[in-house]
Design a protein around this ligand. Structure first.
Ligand SMILES: [Zn+2]
Length: 126
């Protein structure tokens, strides 16, 4: 390999590494899902979502809402299945089992059945 070829190879490798790095950082900022240090809890009465650092989580559910002091915060799953849900980056849903309700949990927006660790549709592109 000549010096010129080595330089070109090194430049290409640096560019590829930068693209990969920028892609990873972009994905982290673009989606709340990848934040492993925060759980998104929903107030069962108001539907308001609270990002709670994992070290502040107090089990069992429900957890006390920091605004009201009432035990109304539950973990959420995200539905990406309906067109509306996809449009606004997913709909947060409290599972029926946490609320003591029978039967499958359905997304209030699109009606899709929501499961624990709810999968994304194969065609979902955030
Ligand atoms: Zn939905």
């Amino acid at each position: 390999m000549s010096d010129a070829q080595k330089k070109i190879t090194a430049t290409v490798l640096v560019v590829v590494a930068l693209v990969v790095l920028v892609g990873m950082v972009w994905r982290n900022f673009g989606s709340e899902e990848v934040r492993a240090d925060v759980r998104y809890l929903m107030d069962a009465n108001t539907g308001k979502v609270y990002p709670i650092p994992t070290e502040d989580l107090k089990l069992p559910w429900p957890m006390a809402n920091p605004s009201t002091g009432e035990k109304t915060l539950y973990p959420t799953e995200v539905c990406y299945w309906g067109e509306e849900c996809k449009k606004h980056g997913g709909t947060r849903v409290i599972m029926n089992k946490y609320l003591g309700k029978e039967g499958p949990t359905k997304c209030p927006i699109c009606g899709h059945v929501v499961r624990l660790h709810n999968p994304r549709p194969p065609d979902y592109n955030p």
